[in-house]
Design a binder for this molecule. Structure first.
Ligand SMILES: *Cc1c(COP(=O)(O)O)cnc(C)c1O
Length: 462
């Protein structure tokens, strides 16, 4: 277990072998970068960022074992030794026979959905991630979210806010049985803020899908963090090794897709794993057409080696205890200094409630973006807005805001130390002390899709 029981200090369960300088620029440099980028943090060069909490995807620091495995990779076009090692790790972990490597999560989605989805079909889940939904919709399907009501309430303290509403799922399957090619569950629930799903709920969903003869596929991007929450929070699970919980989780489904850029602790990679061989031939044919031969799937063998090692390192309990302790610590400390956050914090991120923090800034002036800009200006902290920049709309001259104005701090794995987090918190406390000076922004353009990436703003004068 991470450090001794009862100790307050969170320690990183690793020491540092290789370092990368942390850029410490002046406020002037950041101000210039912001002006040039239209106050959009997706558009600033990462060189101007000191603490990058934009995403936890592909931003992991790899271990010496992963780098060592990469050096030993077999870059053969076909039948690479590295693939067989990777295949064995996944077969042992999931109990599934068929392993298909891909370059990242959305490639898995495109391949699998391409084989099973016809126009008019429906795919139920707790919450579909953006790319999952987009790939289903692209094929003429419908992505249906059936998370429990607590999962949509930022103040609910439910321990498993990622759970699917089993009564709704049952009714949905009964009604649409002939148009459901597969059912899904996202663990942890990313769109809901990294909230876990309980084993009990997964057992319930599994039984429903089985009853209606619907294949059950996991979106397993953060399966290790999910299993750790099960161990911490679900009755009767405290004494089980997390690997054991993970094996049960996979045993409840018929397959999984994963972006290895999350809990497999790598910078690129993904896969599809399946219990039955029914779709495998079509999947491999499609893989060869656009990604690569089935033993490398669009990756270098060294990336496959890094995934094989990372999948198991991501299940290490000292690592998981430290990982989840960090987001809990950040959430607790932020609340303490007067920054309201969504509770309970998820595994990979903390969400600040900007509407409550800056109540005088109306939604159409983007309170979340105002805080995103301030965090960057003050200390070079890069975060992202998940609020009206992403989801607000003008309808007949009136602004319809997003349901919440959030700022996400997503934590790269094994990158930043506890003192970095304390330093960031100290800066936040300074912002809290003069938050009444913060003003909103004016949106200068209105990109038709995915506005957050290309929007340009202008700060409003005090
Ligand atoms: C990141 C993510 C994906 C997509 O993976 P990419 O590697 O970014 O293509 C799918 N589902 C969930 C839950 C994710 O977090």
């Amino acid at each position: 277990m991470n450090s001794r029981p009862g100790r307050r200090t969170i320690i990183e369960p690793f020491k540092i072998k290789m370092v990368e300088p942390l850029r410490m620029h002046s406020r002037d440099v950041r101000e210039a970068a912001l002006r040039q980028s239209g106050y959009n943090l997706f558009q600033v060069p990462s060189e101007t960022v000191t603490f990058d909490f934009l995403t936890d995807s592909g931003t992991t620091a790899m271990s010496s074992n992963q780098w060592a495995a990469m050096m030993q990779s077999d870059e053969s076009y076909a039948g690479s030794r590295s693939f067989f090692r990777f295949e064995k790790v996944l077969q042992d972990l999931t109990g599934y026979s068929h392993v298909i490597p891909t370059h990242q999560g959305r490639a898995s989605e495109r391949l699998l959905f391409g084989v099973v989805i016809q126009p008019g079909m429906k795919v139920p889940s707790n919450n579909h991630f953006d790319t999952t939904r987009a790939n289903i919709v692209h094929l003429g399907g419908e992505a249906v979210d059936l998370v429990i009501p607590e999962g949509r309430d930022p103040t609910s303290l439910h321990p498993f806010k990622g759970n699917v509403d089993l009564a709704q799922l049952e009714a949905f399957c009964a009604q649409h049985r002939d148009h459901i090619p597969l059912g899904m569950m996202t663990v942890t629930n990313n769109s809901g803020g990294g909230q876990p799903v309980s084993l009990e709920n997964l057992r319930g969903a599994s039984a429903i899908f089985r009853k209606y003869g619907i294949p059950f596929i996991l979106d397993a991007c953060r399966f290790a963090e999910n299993c750790w929450f099960i161990k911490l929070r679900e009755e009767g699970q405290q004494h089980r090794p997390v690997l054991d919980i993970a094996r049960e989780l996979f045993s409840l489904a018929d397959g999984a897709m994963m972006s290895a850029k999350k809990d497999a602790l790598v910078n690129i990679g993904g896969f599809i794993v399946l219990k039955s061989g029914e779709w495998v031939e079509k999947l491999r044919a499609s893989l060869i057409l656009t990604e690569g031969f089935p033993t490398y799937g669009g990756l270098a063998a060294r990336d496959i080696e890094a995934m094989a090692v990372g999948l198991l390192e991501g299940l290490d309990e000292d690592y998981l205890a430290y990982r989840v302790a960090t987001s809990r610590y950040m959430a607790e400390r932020l609340e303490k200094i007067g920054v309201p956050v969504v509770q309970p914090p998820g595994g990979h991120a903390v969400f600040i409630d900007a509407k409550r923090f800056l109540p005088w800034i109306p939604s159409h002036q983007f309170p979340g973006q105002s805080l995103v800009v301030e965090l960057f200006l003050h200390d070079g902290v890069r975060t992202c807005e998940i609020g009206s920049v992403v989801g607000g709309k003008w309808v007949e001259g009136t602004f319809v805001p997003a349901p919440m104005e959030l700022v996400r701090l997503a934590f790269p794995r094994r990158c930043y130390t506890q003192s970095h987090f304390d330093y960031v918190l100290e800066g936040m406390e300074e912002i809290v002390g003069r938050k009444d000076q913060l003003r909103g922004l004016r949106l200068l353009n209105d990109p038709p899709v995915l506005r957050q990436f290309t929007a340009r703003f202008e700060p409003l004068e005090p």
